[in-house]
Design a protein around this ligand. Structure first.
Ligand code: URA
Length: 229
């Protein structure tokens, strides 16, 4: 199809780059590279998205960051101001706390994958509307399908209720694994909530120890558990 298209556009010959063929073959053999390429393709597909009002007002689309073959994924609600400015999820104050939470179980941001339910900033940091989440959700689902994490930590009500299709609140859901579509979901409080109510860090620490123990039990790569902060 690609060649037919090139021909219809007037091409009579195409450059042959043996190193590109080698790259493509290597990518096919190496799952991490294959996943990275699939994520990049999805990111490109999504880049011009303006399906909802959020897309029209954004500075940057916030696709997701981290290891394309991560065993552990964190999912938040939607980008805030800092994330919109930088195009990277969880880089503001709540993000700095999330980074510490990840490091507390002996991992780094580069070793996990971080994404959100919606990829564009809701105005005034309001929660995304159900129709905004519904329009964006297929892209997050494709990210999950490509990465295939074993454990997914949902941060707060919005990702927990959206992905687990429940009306139950985070206080009831947190700390208990739910198995769905081949992954284990572990809901916990959103780091922005911890900034407002630091006493709740205790519960998140308990939840992260649960994640750490499960990763150990599954034989997944995990570092040393740090002491509670
Ligand atoms: N809060 C979120 O839910 N996601 C971000 O990326 C930043 C803050």
């Amino acid at each position: 199809m690609h060649l037919e298209l090139e021909r219809s556009l007037g091409a009579e010959q195409l450059p042959f780059r043996p190193e590109r063929v080698k790259e493509l073959r290597a990518a096919r053999r190496n799952p991490a590279r294959r996943k990275a390429a699939a994520l990049e393709e999805l990111r490109r597909e999504l880049a011009p998205c303006c399906r909802c009002e959020l897309g029209k007002a954004r500075k940057n689309l916030v696709f997701g960051v981290g290891r394309p073959d991560a065993d552990l994924m964190f999912i938040g609600e939607g980008p805030g101001q800092q994330e919109d400015e930088q195009g990277i999820p969880f880089v503001g104050l709540a993000g700095q706390l999330l980074t510490k939470i990840i490091e507390a179980i002996g991992l780094t941001r580069d070793e996990v994958y971080i994404a959100n339910i919606v990829k564009c900033r809701p105005p005034g940091n309001r929660p995304p509307l159900p129709e905004e989440s519904a329009l964006c959700l297929p892209y997050l689902r494709r990210q999950i399908e490509i990465i295939r994490p074993r454990i997914i930590v949902t941060l707060g009500n919005v990702p927990t209720q959206t992905l687990l299709q429940t009306a139950a609140g985070i206080t009831k859901m947190r700390g208990i694994f739910v198995e769905r579509d081949g992954a284990l979901f572990l809901p916990t409080f959103h780091p922005a909530y911890l900034l407002r109510d630091p006493a709740k860090k205790k519960e998140v620490w308990e939840d992260m120890k649960t994640v750490w123990a499960k990763m150990r039990a599954l034989g997944l790569k995990i570092g040393e558990l740090k002491s509670a902060r």
